[in-house]
Design a protein around this ligand. Structure first.
Ligand code: PLP
Length: 366
């Protein structure tokens, strides 16, 4: 197509942006009433405490938010038992991943992770002109700590561990992560992406604040999008040593977290019974769904998150297409390089019943 045909001036993008595609930016074709078990959202919805806070502060959005977000940081500091100086807020954990690259990555420096995993690690590295280095997961679908250790070079700067990993739902033993952190050469930062930590069994949760206090080179990413049901308002945070947090705040856009997001998150944190009820219910439903998948002779990876990764042993694009016709959206992605697998978000019992019905109908004809 010529410049004239396209109707716009063709401005060349930066080399690092060549080859990147937009994340799910196409207009969706699915019927709007379909059940969304494709985005790892929390279909129980936000806490009434969060909704009340949003409503209460809606009339005040002519004022800029507090750039430091101190109200939320101090609430989080109490929750984690750390000083507020060890916490940074972001417009979702996504924005913190981009911020990590902008703050720490020089052109040509390497970012290590295993794949399949959350795709933003790779795109954020590329945008910052870093070099993504992707290793395969182990045979048990976990991040390969030995492989990552061996892949470290003098150019390595950031290493991502997605724990639980999206899309496999697998976790690493805390002791193995701790040893990895102890052995990582100086000058490398390990990013523990804990977006789904709230769905883990308690004994498997890494003692991240203890590691930070021991000065291990780690930062934990958290989000209000999953267990707290606030994906639409965009708020996440990171926990790390004050020096790392200060460096990130030097680069972060000053007003990147909206006042409504800050108040909603404080409201959500104040409603612990809702959080407990929802996370317990999702864990219970995870057990039920895993058993239902096994009863159907479907192979799945035991999950520690609010989703389950399933091998349909046939083209999963086709499975997803027929499931959509049957009223339930589940997720497959070319970027996972596992063409027979799909990821199913765990919803409330009625949504999961609908999922199983749609699955039975789908498997009858495919
Ligand atoms: C592993 C992982 N990290 C980070 C995020 C980003 O979360 P947020 O909604 O806070 O940007 C997601 C979102 O799905 C995720 O799966």
């Amino acid at each position: 197509m010529s410049k004239k045909d396209s109707g716009t001036r063709a401005i060349p993008v930066r080399h690092s942006v060549d080859g990147l595609s937009a994340y799910l930016a196409d207009k969706p074709e699915e019927p709007s009433e379909a059940i969304r078990l494709c985005f790892n959202e929390n279909l129980y919805g936000p806490s009434p405490g969060a909704v009340k806070a949003i409503t209460r502060f809606a009339g005040k959005v002519h004022l800029y938010p507090d750039p430091g977000g101190w109200n939320l940081r101090e609430t989080l500091a109490k929750k984690h038992g750390v000083p507020a100086e060890q916490i940074i807020l972001g417009n979702g954990a996504d924005s913190l991943i981009t911020l990590l690259s902008s703050t720490f990555l020089d052109p040509g420096e390497e970012v290590l992770f295993c794949t399949p995993t959350f795709p933003i690690y790779e795109s954020a590295a590329r945008i910052a002109m870093g070099t993504p280095v992707a290793l395969p997961l182990t045979r048990s679908y976990q991040f390969d700590l030995n492989g990552l250790r061996d892949a470290i070079t003098s150019k390595t700067k950031l290493i991502y561990l997605c724990n639980p990993n999206n899309p496999t739902g697998t976790v690493l033993p805390p002791r193995a992560i701790e040893t990895f952190l102890e052995e990582v050469p100086e000058g490398i930062l390990v990013i523990l992406d804990e977006a789904y930590v709230d769905f883990m069994d308690a004994e498997k949760i890494p003692p991240i604040c203890k590691w930070i206090s021991r000065d291990l080179p780690v930062i934990s990413l958290r989000t209000f999008s999953k267990a707290y049901g606030l994906a639409g308002i965009r708020v996440g945070y990171a926990l790390a040593a004050p020096e790392i947090i200060q460096a990130l705040y030097r680069v972060r856009e000053p007003f990147s977290v909206s006042s409504l997001a800050i108040h909603a998150a404080v409201g959500a944190l104040s409603d612990h019974p809702h959080y407990q009820k929802v996370t317990d219910a999702i864990k219970r439903e995870r057990e039920r769904l895993q058993k239902a998948l096994a009863d159907r002779d479907l192979f799945y990876i035991p999950s520690q998150a609010n989703f389950i990764f399933v091998d349909f042993e046939r083209d999963s694009q086709e499975i997803c297409r027929v499931m959509r016709k049957n009223g339930v959206l589940i997720r497959c992605s070319a970027s996972w390089v596992m063409p027979t697998w799909a990821r199913i978000t765990i919803g409330p019992p009625e949504a999961n019943d609908a999922l199983l019905q749609a699955l039975d109908k789908t498997l009858e004809i495919i």
